[in-house]
Write a protein that binds this ligand. Sequence first.
Ligand SMILES: Nc1ncnc2c1ncn2[C@@H]1O[C@H](COP(=O)(O)OP(=O)(O)O)[C@@H](O)[C@H]1O
Ligand SMILES: [Mg+2]
Length: 277
Amino acid sequence: MIKVENLVYRYGPGEAPVLDLISLGIGEGEFVGIIGPNGCGKSTLIRHFNALLRPDQGTVEVDGLDANDPADIAEIRLRVGMVFQNPDNQIVGMTVEEDVSFGPGNLNLAPAQIRKRVEEALEVVGLQDRASSSSRALSEGQKQLLAIAGVLAMEPKYIVLDEPTSSLDLTARRSILKVLHKLHRLGVAIIHVTHHVDEIVGADRIIVLDQGKVALDGKPDEVFCRVDWLKARGIAVPQVTELMWRMQQLGAGVRPDIITVDDACTELLAQIKRSRS
Ligand SMILES: Nc1ncnc2c1ncn2[C@@H]1O[C@H](COP(=O)(O)OP(=O)(O)O)[C@@H](O)[C@H]1O
Ligand SMILES: [Mg+2]
């Protein structure tokens, strides 16, 4: 479990806290979406999950390891893998295979073990046929998949992604999402920071940050049905949720906590039947 208690963080002495007494827990195998307005502290928060940043006050623990204890940091970084917005900053190898073997190559593993990890990681992200391609020859989406494979080859328990899809087109975004759900099914915890809310409709849980605090924390339907609150802060909701919210404002007696097209259809059909009877 990643356990954050009373976390306070400032970028400079005397500056206002960017994270202001945050407490939360993320369980093993959970798929958690993190959203919030620009500058609310999402990146700052998740950089604490693998000790890229250390708390000014409070604690961050990963499976009982203390991010404030230098002796625990290497193990924390093995357990928590990070994927960032721009894959070019994460790709180090000339070829796909070389890139994915870079991390495990630093772990004192036998060559056969390294090969196995690389093959498995490439298989999960669907780049197994590109093993000997130049990393530079990949599309933007494939580069992000390669960055994910590089993290996977370290066999982390938690993967934290900071807006990994923000510069990708819809097709590439969908292939990243598919991989995240596959990893979730394999038992890896996924912590996905995004401003594309449709990507986290299927999450176990969504955390909304606002001005350095946890403002909402719940199941996707519980969070997204707070349409007025979210819109007031410039946070998007799924289009179907907005549709149902508008319908409700216009007087239709529909439920507001709807986040999928299928549920919206069921609700609207029920409404039509009710109005006919
Ligand atoms: N390296 C930095 N130095 C100083 N201030 C920073 C730094 N990084 C982020 N900030 C500030 O901290 C706040 C939170 O930033 P960030 O965590 O990047 O938010 P988000 O990821 O939600 O957009 C913002 O006001 C931002 O300007
Ligand atoms: Mg950010």
